[in-house]
Ligand binder design. Structure first.
Ligand code: HEM
Length: 431
C-alpha cells in the first residue's frame, strides 16, 4: 500500500450496533440485482450511511476488523469520492478482505494516494484523453465491425452474447493499446476475469479464492515480464514501451510495478465494458421503445444514451476508502481508520437524483451517474475509451441486426463486479 499517510488502524470504539439492514452476508450477494436494489432502497431511506459487520467469509479475514460504513446515497458517494484527503485509497480499495500479496500485484495506482498516485496515473493518462481516443476512433470502429462480422450472418441466429460479442471488443482494444500479441490475448482476458472472480463458485471450483486470484496475477505478471523484456530491446508505439521508458522521481519503474499497471488496466478495461454492453442489450430487450428512440437519430442521441447504459448497468458495485480524520456523513461520526464503502449501483438508483430510477431511459439528461465513480482523483481513467467502444459496438449491432432478443443473463457471483457470465442472444441474421 502506498500513501503519504501512516497506516491508521480501524477501531470499534464508539460504534453503533451493526445495522439490521445488512449487506455483508453471502446470502445478500447471492440474491438477484433487483432483490439487492430493494435493500439499497431501504438503506437510502432509513439508514443511508449504515454501520455494517465485516464481509462474511472474507477471502483473507481480519479478526480485528470491526466492520465498515456502507454509503448508499448518491450525494454521499460524491462527497467521499471527491475528498481524497479525508478518504484515502492507500489502505485498500476493495470491499472484501484480500491477501496483501494479491493486492500488491494487482492494484497499482488505484490503491495509492497523492503524491505518488497522480504521478503514476499521469504516465498512462495521455493514452486515454478525449483527443487521443478521437485519433483511434477509426481503429475502434473497424474492430467493432469485425466483432459483429463474426456472427451477424450466422444462419443459426443465436449466440452466447458474452463470448461472441461483449468480450471481444474491449479485449482487442486493450491488446492493441498495450501491444499484447494475438496469441496472448485470450489468456490475458481469462486471467483478468479471474482476478475479480474471487467469490464466484463456478470460476473458483474447489480452489481457495485467494489461490485463483494470485495465480491469475502471476500469469499476467509473467505476460508483462515477457513484453517488458522485448520492449527494452525493441521499443514500439504502445503503452508497454511508455511504461518501460518512464521515470518517476528520477527512477524507472520496476518490472513488478509495470506488472501491477498491466493487471489493473487489464481488469479495468475489459470486464467493465463487457458487462456494460451485455446489460445494455438485455435492457433493449426489456425496454423496446428505447431502441426505436435511439435509432431515430443515432449520431445525435448516442452520447446521452451511453450515460444511461453505464448508469443502468453499474458494473462496478463497490470501492472502499479509509478515513484519515474525524468527519461526519449523513449525521454519522466517522473517525480515522474507519472503512467507508461506496455502493455505486445504489447511488445510481437514488430517486432524489434520478426520476423513475428503475427505468432505462436513454433521453435522461442530465445524467450525473456514479458508474465511473463519483469524481475526484480516481475517477475512471478509461471512461472515454469505454464510451467510444460502446458507441461503435452499438452502432454495428443496432444497424445490422436490429431484431434481437437477449435472454436471461447468468450473473457472476461476486461482491465486486456486477457481471454477466453468459447470456443467450437470438437475432434475425443479416442478409
Ligand atoms: C463501462 C466501463 C467502465 C466502468 C463502469 C468503469 C468504472 C470505474 C470505476 C467505478 C472506477 C473507480 C472510480 C473511483 O474510485 O472514484 C474506475 C477506475 C478506473 N478505471 Fe474504469 N471503468 C470502465 C472502463 C474502463 C476502461 C475501458 C479503462 C481503460 C483502461 C478503465 C480504467 C480505469 C482505471 C485505470 C481506474 C483507476 C483510476 C485511478 O485510480 O486513478 N476503466 N473505473
Amino acid at each position: 500500500m502506498t500513501t503519504d499517510v501512516e497506516f491508521i488502524p480501524a477501531t470499534s470504539e464508539n460504534k453503533p450496533e451493526h445495522s439490521a439492514i445488512e449487506v455483508s452476508s453471502k446470502a445478500f450477494w447471492a440474491q438477484t440485482s433487483e432483490q439487492r436494489d430493494e435493500t439499497f432502497a431501504r438503506l437510502r431511506a432509513e439508514d443511508p450511511v449504515s454501520w455494517q459487520r465485516p464481509v462474511e467469509e472474507a477471502v483473507a479475514p481480519d479478526p480485528n476488523d470491526p466492520g465498515y460504513w456502507a454509503v448508499t446515497k448518491h450525494a454521499d458517494i460524491v462527497t467521499v469520492s471527491r475528498d481524497n484527503r479525508t478518504f484515502i485509497n492507500g489502505q485498500g480499495v476493495l470491499f472484501d478482505m484480500l491477501p496483501a500479496d494479491f493486492l500488491e500485484m494487482s492494484q497499482s495506482f488505484m490503491a495509492m494516494d497523492a503524491p505518488r498516485q497522480p504521478l503514476l496515473r499521469k504516465l498512462v493518462s495521455s493514452a486515454f484523453t478525449p483527443r487521443r481516443i478521437a485519433t483511434i476512433e477509426d481503429q475502434i470502429k473497424t474492430a467493432a465491425r469485425e466483432v459483429v462480422d463474426g456472427f451477424a450472418s450466422d444462419p443459426a441466429g443465436e449466440i452466447d452474447f458474452v463470448d461472441r460479442c461483449a468480450e471481444r471488443l474491449p479485449v482487442r482494444m486493450f491488446g492493441d493499446m498495450f501491444g499484447v500479441p494475438e496469441e496472448m490475448r485470450s489468456q490475458t482476458a481469462t486471467s483478468a476475469g479471474d482476478v475479480v472472480a474471487w467469490a464466484d463458485p463456478e470460476r473458483i471450483g474447489d480452489r481457495h479464492p485467494a489461490e485463483v486470484g494470485l495465480a491469475a496475477c502471476q500469469t499476467l505478471h509473467g505476460i508483462a515480464a515477457e513484453l517488458i523484456a522485448e520492449r527494452r530491446k525493441k521499443p514500439a508505439d504502445d503503452l508497454f514501451t511508455s511504461l518501460v521508458e518512464a521515470e518517476v522521481d528520477g527512477q524507472k519503474l520496476t518490472d513488478g510495478e509495470i506488472g501491477a499497471f498491466f493487471v489493473l488496466l487489464s481488469v479495468a478495461a475489459t470486464d467493465t465494458t463487457k458487462h456494460t454492453s451485455s446489460f445494455t442489450v438485455r435492457a433493449f430487450t426489456d425496454f423496446r421503445d428505447q431502441q426505436r428512440w435511439l435509432m431515430e437519430d443515432y449520431d445525435g442521441r448516442i452520447s446521452t444514451a451511453i450515460e444511461e447504459f453505464v448508469r443502468y448497468a453499474s458494473p462496478v458495485m463497490t470501492f472502499r476508502r479509509t478515513a484519515t480524520r474525524e468527519t461526519e456523513l449523513a449525521g454519522k461520526k466517522i473517525i480515522p481508520g474507519d472503512k467507508v464503502v461506496m455502493f455505486y449501483p445504489s447511488g445510481n438508483r437514488d430517486a432524489d437524483v434520478f426520476e423513475a430510477p428503475d427505468r432505462f431511459d436513454l433521453s435522461r439528461d442530465p445524467n450525473p451517474h456514479v458508474g465511473f465513480g463519483g469524481g475526484g482523483a480516481h475517477f475512471c481513467l478509461g471512461n472515454q475509451l469505454a464510451k467510444s467502444m460502446l458507441r461503435a459496438l452499438f452502432h454495428e449491432l443496432l444497424t445490422r441486426i436490429p431484431e434481437f432478443e437477449a435472454g436471461e443473463p447468468e450473473l457472476l457471483g461476486t461482491n465486486f463486479m456486477r457481471g454477466v457470465k453468459r447470456m443467450p442472444f437470438r437475432f434475425t441474421p443479416e442478409k
